[in-house]
Design a protein around this ligand. Structure first.
Ligand SMILES: Cc1ncc(COP(=O)(O)O)c(C=O)c1O
Length: 400
């Protein structure tokens, strides 16, 4: 099986054959949005340039304003909190759970203040946090919930598709994701008012845009009196070429997700009763989509690099490390916010003082294994190498 197949190529050709004429422009994006909304059982899907822009637009749509607080986890790719800064709001970090590695309602509650406006949950590595609990808490405090599902396609919780819990959910088509178009992103929502804002704000605030119509038409602009911009907007709309690939991927979504689940299952078999490598905890009534397969290194007897180097020496592809916690990044620590730090909103926030105990414990201990093997034999081979690496240290350090 190939990651990019004939469908994607055919759709790309279709776009090119359309000569980017005004009649054809945006057709492929519209088809992608329709297919995505159907697949994800939601009313609206709005495509954009990437999964950071989608978060930014979701926050603007939620009415997040300069100086508001937005709660998010620190253990994630930093786009989650960077998008908050793009709105001139303040990222506030809530700790994750030590076993699921996910943000929890309990930790969110600890950092809610009168300035809180929204929560961004992250379905880290393909597994969603306990959304019912988070939605109950959000409702109690009148907060918007945006699901950052960049890494999570086709996961379930309580038999409900992940991405249908929050007010909006954001996805990425960046090249490492389950579905890819090289770059790209999409936001889903069931609310017409939110869909209209998502479209308007990501489409330069054009007057002719509404919840269904993503672009202005030729007729709109054939009058010198036409007033185009009714609100501040960004030019974040996805290109048709990108949508062509993403559409092919959406149509092949089930097989693309299955690839990752199978790879994860092979790794999982190799863990057996090993006590010092602990997989991400999948709570009852959750179905994981395994963007990556992650283990916590629970021993002082084997170092992270030592484990990774042995895995590679035995033929393994490599092991990714978890990102630095967002607040540990120099941009946050030193508040290099392109002069937003001078606005006064950030004066009482010192990211050098933030300490999320579980996230700090986890970050240096996580081992992320690739799951995008489109050849089953290779997936099995990589898993067997993991098994051999475990055996090696069991023998060498007497850890059985
Ligand atoms: C959790 C998470 N959020 C947001 C993003 C941002 O997506 P993009 O790279 O499409 O901007 C990514 C990945 O890149 C991610 O993993």
């Amino acid at each position: 099986m190939k990651r990019i197949g004939e469908k994607e190529q055919a759709y790309i050709l279709e776009v090119l054959k359309g000569q980017f004429s005004s009649a054809n422009t945006y057709q492929m994006v519209t088809r992608l949005e329709k297919a995505f909304a159907e697949k994800f059982q939601v009313k609206h899907a709005v495509a954009m340039v990437n999964g950071t822009a989608t978060l930014h637009m979701a926050l603007e749509t939620a009415g997040v304003s300069p100086g508001d607080e937005v709660i998010c986890p620190p253990l994630t790719m930093s786009s989650t909190s960077i998008a908050v800064l793009h709105t001139n709001a303040i990222p506030v970090f809530a700790d994750v759970d030590k076993d699921s590695f996910l943000i929890t309602a309990e930790n969110i509650e600890k950092v809610i203040t009168p300035k809180s406006k929204a929560i961004i949950t992250v379905s880290l590595y393909g597994l969603a946090p306990q959304m019912d609990e988070i939605m109950r808490l959000a409702e109690k405090h009148g907060l918007y919930v945006i699901e950052d599902n960049a890494e999570c396609y086709g996961a379930y919780q309580n038999q409900k598709l992940v991405g249908t819990f929050g007010h909006m959910a954001s996805y990425s088509f960046q090249s490492s994701k389950h579905l890819t178009a090289g770059e790209g992103g999409i936001v889903v929502t069931n609310r017409d008012d939110l869909a209209e804002k998502l479209r308007k704000y990501s489409g330069l605030g054009y007057a002719g845009i509404d919840e269904k119509k993503g672009r202005i038409t030729k007729d709109d602009i054939q009058s010198p009196d036409y007033e185009r911009h009714v609100v501040l907007g960004w030019n974040y709309r996805m290109a048709d070429l990108c949508a062509a690939v993403a559409l092919g991927q959406v149509e092949r979504m089930d097989e693309l997700i299955e690839v990752r689940r199978k790879s994860a299952a092979y790794y999982h078999e190799q863990i057996g009763d090993c006590k010092w490598l602990v997989p991400q905890l999948v709570k009852e009534r959750n179905v994981h989509s395994y963007w990556t397969y992650v283990l916590r290194l629970d021993t002082e007897k084997v170092g992270w690099h030592e484990f990774r180097n042995k895995f590679v020496e035995l033929g393994g592809d490599g092991i990714y490390a978890a990102w630095k916690l967002s607040y540990q990044e120099p941009m946050f620590r030193n508040k290099v916010f392109l002069n937003r730090e001078k606005l006064g909103f950030y004066d009482s926030y010192d990211y050098k003082d933030v300490y999320c105990v579980n996230a700090e414990f986890l970050q240096p201990r996580l081992l992320q294994f690739k799951t995008n093997y489109y050849k089953q034999e290779e997936a099995k081979r990589q898993a067997e190498i993991l098994g051999k690496t475990i055996e090696f240290f069991n023998r060498k350090r007497g850890m059985e």
